[in-house]
Every structure is written in structure tokens, then in C-alpha cells.
Write a protein that binds this ligand. Structure first.
Ligand code: ATP
Ligand code: ZN
Length: 301
């Protein structure tokens, strides 16, 4: 057998994202927010980065861990469920890992049983047949729970397996639960909390590629940090400052400076999540004045 050819050395970073599916648009939006612009090709499998040396490869999500493992892509955006399943199947040899959680594509890998069963706990699963497309994650979980059950591996339409008599229950992805309900199933136990993640190799990238990756990561961290964030600015007196600070809604440590070197302080704080009128009113009652909530466009820590 011929030895496997080593991937060609590249000087442009390559990121794999899902071509068509739930993660495609949010992944593109996230990378655009990091300042990446692409030239679209008609076949749309490869997008050449116009302003930074970062190209996109558009693929099936299931191929992303393998592309990183083989070095054909440097980074990828994929569900933790897919990444963890491939890692479970490959064990120690897997050269990919989760670099960042991206806070979209949230779902759970859950056990679901027929509606007419009463859930009595994990011990009930002993000797049962569980249909799933996530055999490694399901087996690992069963082992962790010390339950001996049979795993029936299906590549799709897992939710109809109990009705077809292929299995007694399923272990599948759930977000709203509507698909399960439509198949007379109910979720009873979570095996994995998932969301989209940025995946990269365990081993170091080539220094040139790593330099590009670090710039991108710094931008990504800024984008993730200011997502749903606002800048709150106001003034308060030194005396009232402690009471006001106690009320700051989900904020990073504020910056404060004195106005004209006197009693008055100007403050600004990055707040995560909604800053409501009620919170502003409470801050005002505690001694804050001139409160303003401003959108945050970019952040570089
Ligand atoms: P592909 O053609 O790329 O193989 P797919 O059918 O495997 O696509 P999608 O259904 O687009 O994939 O799901 C992609 C990812 O979206 C999932 O792996 C999971 O991380 C996430 N996701 C979020 N909510 C759900 C959900 N309700 N069902 C399935 N996946 C979900
Ligand atoms: Zn897939």
C-alpha cells in the first residue's frame, strides 16, 4: 500500500463550515463579524478569503472532524455533538478538539422513551435496545451509568425506530421537542448539552497558519464577548458609588474616572444581556445620573 500523502503545506488558513444546514448561516455570520469577506464561487464548495488569508471549505458537518484530523482544514465550525461523537469513535488518536463554544446551534442529545412509559430512572434501561446515530456517546454514557443496554446504530430517522420495532427507545438530538412529540416520544434524560463550537487540532498548527489563527481567535473572542452586550455609561458621586456598583446588571468590572478631580465620578461598564428600564431606574434611585445604554460595535481585548 502506498503511504498516505502528507497534506500540502499551505500559507492560507482553511476553515470548514457546514454547506447546507442549521449551522451554515450562523457560522458565516460569525466569521463575517470577525471581518472576513469571501469571493463566492459558483460551485460554492470553496470560498476564497478576499481581505485576510482565510478560506472557507463548505462541507457536510460530519466531515469536519476528519478534515481537521487529516490537516486538510485547520479549523471548523461544527456541533459539539458531532465533534464529541467522532472523538469518542477515534479515542486518543483524534487530532481535533473544541477550541471555543460559540453560543448558537444549541440542542441536547437526549434519551427519549415512548409517551406511554413511566420513567423510573436509568436502571430501567437495562437490557433495552436504544436506537441512535451517536453510538460512541451513547455507549460512553451507558458505561458511566453502569447500565447494560444494546445500542442500535442508525444513520437517520432515529425517531421512528420504536414504532418500527427496531428499538425500545432512542438517543437523539432535541431542541424544541416537536419532532419527538410528533413520534409519540418524550425526552427523559440528557446525555450531552450541545452547541456549535470552533474546532481545531490538538497538535500545534504550522507557525504561519497559527499566526493567522491567533488573529482570528482574538477577533472571535471580541465578537463573542460583546454579543448581546451594551455599554452602560453614567455619573455618580464617590459616596453613592458602592451602592450603584452593587446593582450593575451582569457587568464586567467598570472603568471609572473622576470628573474635574472632584466628588463626581464618570463610569462605564460592559453589560451582558438586556439592560432594562427597571434596572436603569434602580441605578438612578441608588444615585446614578445621566445613564446611557450604548451599542457595542467591536472589541479587541
Ligand atoms: P449535513 O447535510 O451537513 O450532514 P445534518 O442534517 O447532519 O447536515 P443539521 O440538521 O443541519 O445537520 O444539524 C447540524 C447541527 O445543528 C447538529 O449537528 C446540531 O449540532 C445542531 N442542531 C441544533 N438543533 C438541532 C436539532 N433540533 N436537530 C438536529 N440538530 C440540531
Ligand atoms: Zn450531518
Amino acid at each position: 500500500m502506498n503511504p498516505k500523502p502528507a497534506p500540502m503545506r499551505r500559507d492560507r488558513l482553511r476553515i470548514a463550515i457546514q454547506k447546507n444546514g442549521r449551522l451554515s448561516e450562523p457560522a458565516r455570520a460569525l466569521l463575517s463579524a470577525c471581518g472576513l469577506v469571501w469571493r463566492e464561487r459558483p460551485d460554492k464548495l470553496f470560498c476564497y478569503g478576499e481581505n485576510v488569508p482565510v478560506d472557507l471549505l463548505l462541507v457536510r458537518d460530519d466531515d469536519i472532524p476528519g478534515l481537521i484530523h487529516s490537516g486538510l482544514c485547520d479549523l471548523g465550525i461544527v456541533g459539539r455533538n458531532v465533534l464529541a461523537e467522532h472523538a469518542g469513535q477515534m479515542g486518543q488518536a483524534a487530532n481535533f478538539s473544541e477550541w471555543r463554544a460559540l453560543a448558537f446551534g444549541g440542542c441536547k442529545l437526549s434519551l427519549a422513551i415512548p409517551n406511554d412509559w413511566t420513567w423510573q430512572g436509568v436502571a430501567q434501561l437495562s437490557g433495552m435496545r436504544i436506537a441512535t446515530s451517536y453510538p460512541a456517546l451513547t455507549r460512553a454514557w451507558l458505561q458511566q451509568q453502569s447500565v447494560d443496554a444494546e445500542v442500535v446504530v442508525l444513520s437517520g430517522s432515529v425517531e421512528i425506530a420504536p414504532r418500527l420495532g427496531q428499538a425500545d427507545l432512542i438517543c437523539d438530538l432535541v431542541s424544541s421537542g416537536a419532532t419527538l412529540a410528533a413520534n409519540q416520544l418524550k425526552p427523559v434524560c440528557d446525555v450531552l448539552q450541545s452547541e456549535a463550537v470552533l474546532a481545531g487540532p490538538v497538535a500545534e498548527l504550522d507557525p504561519d497558519l497559527n499566526e493567522i489563527a491567533q488573529v482570528l481567535l482574538q477577533r472571535l473572542d471580541g465578537v463573542l464577548r460583546i454579543r448581546d452586550s451594551k455599554l452602560l455609561i453614567f455619573q455618580t458621586t464617590r459616596e453613592a458609588a458602592a451602592d450603584v456598583l452593587k446593582l450593575l446588571p451582569n457587568s464586567e468590572p467598570p472603568t471609572s474616572y473622576s470628573v474635574d478631580g472632584g466628588e463626581l465620578l464618570a463610569m462605564q461598564a460592559l453589560c451582558h444581556g438586556l439592560v432594562s428600564w427597571q434596572q436603569l431606574e434602580a441605578l438612578k434611585r441608588a444615585g446614578a445620573r445621566g445613564l446611557m445604554v450604548l451599542p457595542v460595535e467591536r472589541m479587541l481585548a
